[in-house]
Design a protein around this ligand. Structure first.
Ligand code: FMN
Length: 184
């Protein structure tokens, strides 16, 4: 069965992004595994954790617990990221997660000064909702660049609903009431 990795970077309890992303994930064929970033002990890489990780990667200790997010990401057949549009991008929690998955030897290789993807996923879907208009899309654009350049995931798609803070759109009615734009 196809393995769908659902990365939940939503913060609010009544998150409309999460409701929309769950509906989109439901349409996919496969078994969904969710990583709720708020429940993980995610932190930015520090001098200590970075050197620990570099030592693991240098020694090829890819089974180490510290590399679990990267392994899980690399092994998924399909990826869905749910992240609200915050400060023209996404919540910092997602950046902490991205630091964890950008691991050389697990999600990508760097053989001749050029990244080479090691991820299995054939597609990455990014779901976001915004209070106003998404004018500068630093969230999806960044994730797409990583997927295409580092991870070797060529097919990326963004589902987005805008202007939600000026309409009575809630987590309960977002699937039926929001206008969703699909961007490649
Ligand atoms: C910390 C924070 C930053 C935000 N930044 C933006 C922004 O830059 N542009 C915008 O249009 N809306 C912004 N919003 C509004 C959210 O994008 C909007 O409410 C979105 O639908 C939240 O998704 P949620 O319902 O899943 O929490 C921000 C909201 C928060 C809480």
């Amino acid at each position: 069965m196809s393995k769908i990795l659902f990365i939940n970077a939503c913060v609010r309890k009544e998150s409309r992004t999460l409701a929309l992303a769950r509906e989109i994930a439901k349409q996919l064929q496969g078994e969904i595994t969710e990583v709720n970033l708020e429940r993980e002990q995610l932190a930015p890489l520090t001098e200590q954790t970075l050197s620990e990780r570099e030592a693991l990667l240098k020694n090829g200790e890819y089974g180490a617990p510290m590399l679990r997010y990267a392994r899980q990401f690399a092994e998924a057949d399909e990826i869905v990221i749910a992240a609200p549009y915050w400060d023209l991008g996404f919540p910092a929690l997602l950046k902490c997660y991205i630091e964890q998955i950008c691991a050389i030897g697990v999600t990508f290789a760097y053989p001749e000064g050029k990244p080479q993807g090691l991820c299995r996923a054939r597609r990455l879907s990014y779901v976001t909702t915004a209070g106003g208009k998404i004018v500068h899309d630093f969230g999806y654009a960044y994730v797409k660049a990583l997927a295409n350049t580092f991870f070797g995931i060529g097919d990326t798609v963004c589902f987005r609903a805008e202007d939600l803070d000026y309409t009575p759109i809630t987590a309960e009615n977002v699937v039926d009431a929001a206008a969703v734009t699909v961007i490649k």
